[in-house]
Design a protein around this ligand. Structure first.
Ligand SMILES: [Cu+2]
Length: 138
């Protein structure tokens, strides 16, 4: 293929719609759990110990991924977009400055090293029921 033909092909590929690509511009292959207007999709996700879960904001609003410290296994690492160490710290920072937001098109990842059930929420949309769970098996 000569250079001109290659450029024509690449241009066409860049412009063609990608299946599963919504407002945020992420394709489904780029994340495990998506974020729509008011929901994590799917809201329940299973992985094995040592695996990484990637959340992708494929909607048009900002979201957070914030663990409920009271709903993770004993001794497990806490996780929150923005790097906070407690649910309360994440909520306060988000309310003060919007810290921890995952913008449309961005992702957040966490690797789960302890088996068990992990509950988490999106701070701005928790009142609308935007919560989820990751089940980590041995
Ligand atoms: Cu949200």
């Amino acid at each position: 293929m000569d250079r001109r033909a290659f450029l024509a092909t690449a241009g066409a590929a860049a412009l063609s719609p990608v299946a599963g690509c919504l407002d945020g511009g992420l394709s489904e292959s780029e994340y495990d759990v998506g974020m729509s207007a008011n929901a994590f999709l799917p809201d329940s996700h299973e992985v094995a110990v040592g695996e990484t879960v990637v959340w992708g904001n494929n909607g048009s609003r900002k979201h957070t991924v914030t663990a409920y410290e009271s709903a993770i296994p004993e001794g497990a690492a806490f996780f929150a977009s923005g790097g906070f160490e407690t649910t309360t710290a994440a909520r306060e920072a988000w309310e003060d400055t919007g810290a921890g937001n995952i913008a449309p098109g961005e992702t957040f990842a966490h690797t789960f090293e302890t088996p068990g059930s992990y509950g988490y929420l999106c701070i701005p949309h928790e009142p609308k029921g935007m919560v989820g769970v990751v089940e980590v098996s041995e």
